[in-house]
Ligand binder design. Sequence first.
Ligand SMILES: Cc1cc2nc3c(=O)[nH]c(=O)nc-3n(C[C@H](O)[C@H](O)[C@H](O)COP(=O)(O)OP(=O)(O)OC[C@H]3O[C@@H](n4cnc5c(N)ncnc54)[C@H](O)[C@@H]3O)c2cc1C
Length: 393
Amino acid sequence: MDLLFSPADEQYRTRIRAWLSDNAGDLALIAKAEDPLQAARDWQRKMYEAGFVGLTWPKSCGGQEASLTQQVVLSEELAQARIPHLINGIALTTLGPTLIQHGTEQQRQRFLPGILSAKEIWCQGFSEPGAGSDLPSLTTRAVLDGDEFVVNGQKVWTSLAPIADWCFLLARTDPKAPKREGISYLLCDMKTPGVTVRPLRNAGGGFHFSEVFFEDVKIPRDNCVGEINGGWKIARSTLEHERSGLSGVVALEANLERQRQMAAKLKVGDKTALDKPGNRQKLAQYWIEIEGLRHLGYRALSDQLAGRPPGASASVGKLFSSRLRQKIAKTSLELAGPLAPVAKKSPHVIERGRLHAGYFDALGYSIGGGTSEIMHNTIAERILGLPRSTRDD
Ligand SMILES: Cc1cc2nc3c(=O)[nH]c(=O)nc-3n(C[C@H](O)[C@H](O)[C@H](O)COP(=O)(O)OP(=O)(O)OC[C@H]3O[C@@H](n4cnc5c(N)ncnc54)[C@H](O)[C@@H]3O)c2cc1C
């Protein structure tokens, strides 16, 4: 494993820093914009035009053909500068690479530019009320009628659905085939008649995800990615993209830094919360765990650079980072004590009154992208070589 970035990567880091110092001010203006959604689209487009979106994608697909290490450098610098996630992040990390790998030339030409520039925002319609961990049990039906699929069914926990222009979804096209062999991967315009989005309020009070209903929704046959009934293999590729990467290490670093700054300001008698040895121990421990996670990510990166598949290590990273995120969020509540629930409008508010919502949001990380129990199963079977779990495969 090589832990050093090359001189070219460090030069690239300098270039990003210079661009951010010239342009990150726009982000502050964007944050106050009247239409935050349009502002978020504008910010992504600006980053795309500067060459910082779709970094590792082929040039023929609108990317920069940069190296994986440059992608890591970019993620580190964006987190350091506390630049929020891009609005089309789901599509950029999952659908885009899937279309590059499995889409037709026509699909790539039609959809990749809108993903990169955020002209078209996407949501992921995989989970259903009876199909989450056991995704191949999905029952949303798509029947081919001439040149169109007619789709009926329901999706749930669909992030971004109310603002999404398009949805990439899985539907059953052959109910008689074994469950993994009768699924197709479809691209649906959310404005198509018969699509209904019903937002769900989560425990943190936000509307992060929704139910999406499909009633006789017509999707052109050309919007099927890969073969009809061949969607499961393609969905797996999307899920692998979802779990890969540096396991949110950069976001965790930002969380810990925010916590450190908060503890340094919170008064406990004539000292600050940061002066208390017990708190210092906790923050130091989280820093150590983040460093461990970073090196796990670097190992996976080294494997990828050497052409070796990252294997099940993405599951270790996902499991570890979601737990760590929850521990950090819980400590923030403990540090803030009675100030934690103070509302946004109060003069005593801290962290914009978001500590409780942040804690509840952190709980979701053990579920989204595959639950912790499923990560345990993967680690048990693929790393420890234990017998498979008895679930119906
Ligand atoms: C914040 C967030 C965002 C999300 N965004 C999206 C999205 O945009 N699009 C989308 O399609 N989905 C999304 N999801 C849904 C997510 O993928 C599912 O919630 C997840 O796959 C779990 O499925 P489930 O909720 O049906 O739970 P289930 O699969 O029913 O699991 C229930 C419980 O049983 C356990 N369990 C299940 N099977 C096993 C097993 N074999 N061994 C041991 N334990 C098991 C689980 O770990 C869990 O504790 C999101 C979820 C969250 C929390």
